[in-house]
Ligand binder design. Sequence first.
Ligand code: GDP
Ligand code: IMO
Ligand code: MG
Length: 420
Amino acid sequence: MVDVILGLQWGDEGKGKIVDYFAPKYDIVARFQGGPNAGHTLYVDGKKTVLHQIPSGIFHQHTINIIGNGVVLDPVTFKRECDIVSSFGIDVRKNLYISERTNIIVPTHRALDKASEMQKGESKIGSTLKGIGPAYMDKTGRNAVRAGDLLDKSFTTQYIKLRLKHQKLLDNFHFIEDISAWEEEFFEAIDFLRSFNIVNGEYFINNKISEGKKVLAEGAQGSMLDIDFGTFPFVTSSNTISAGVCTGLGVSPKQINEVLGVTKAYCTRVGGGPFPTELENETGEELRKTGNEFGATTGRPRRCGWIDLVALKYACMINGVTQVVMTKADVLDKFENLDVCTAYIINGKETDQVPFQMTRVQLNPVYKSFKGWNTDTSIVKEAASLPKDMSVYIDFINKYIGAPVKYVSNGPGREQIVAL
Ligand code: GDP
Ligand code: IMO
Ligand code: MG
């Protein structure tokens, strides 16, 4: 049986915290897509840590963590992350497995990401520059090296072949940066990675499922960044939605049970691309300040705005969301009024559907206003103590999106979550 936790917006919904909270109920936590573009923030013993590629179940002694075949893994950031996790007294090798089908990010992928973004100029995606796009291109282009290849003596030859191909592309981009230092670091990290359990991920997980073990699939990015269903081309390069769990871990759709979708009580986006409810004013600034909205991976200020129910309902539909977790509700504690987007006006016509593209049309959000709750909710421990005005806000959202908000997260801490 596999449950899923994934983001319903443009990423950074607080997935890491939620996975860490639910992890003790599961035997396995598995990442099924994405790579070091992700930044999942956890508080362990009150100390903040950010995970990029290691699943967010790593701090629980009895939970096995697996990096699935759908992930693109950067050995260099992986090594750095392992050092940080080890400093918490965790034996990373004991409970961490890597699928042999996981694709490896090489230094030239990062260089190509940078070169491609530079060439795009004004229309750049705002990529995290971690090499994600180029690495997935080598997967679908059938050129990639994979974790299982590290154990084969042909690895260096495979790597050199790939590097030569990349060099030609970099020459076309007139990319002249010297990446030899990156390469040195890369080979050190490859040796480190070889010392981990590199396994046949699909047999590993399916055997555990047959034994009755419970698996939690952890998503990265968010549904609106999905390569197929997001705000293309301003998206990431993987399927971030629940369907990605099957291809990213090798489990059958029949195994998928609960799909927990995580949304902020408002909305943010980092990087370029359409964001219908963005507030480029004092209110947006207030959300950024109160919510401490700065990227966990790149430190960039996040764009902020009101919750977008058109996009949220769409995300619930394509994911088959069974339960919603609403995070950062406490950030709205001091706002007098809260707006909620219920429709878009596109080229003069009102719609409640996400269109094919949002960049070449005139799009205006339609809002419904709610009274703020003006209460400190960060100290609340049970549903009965949540303010009435928050219940009104949540009830409206439940009805609109057709999925129930079952948990409200009211602070970054592990214990700050209220079951409704
Ligand atoms: P992820 O990528 O979805 O795991 O989210 P990030 O870690 O990138 O960003 C979420 C940020 O919000 C982090 O700084 C978390 O510590 C913080 N956070 C998570 N849940 C809450 C919450 O309920 N309230 C507040 N105030 N902060 C939260
Ligand atoms: P988590 O898992 C927020 C955004 C980037 C950029 C676009 C493409 O922490 O929610 P990429 O590096 O994938 O080529 O960038 O996607 N992006 C994220 N935004 N949270 C993330 O991950 C993101 N990962 C990528 O900012 O706009
Ligand atoms: Mg994040």
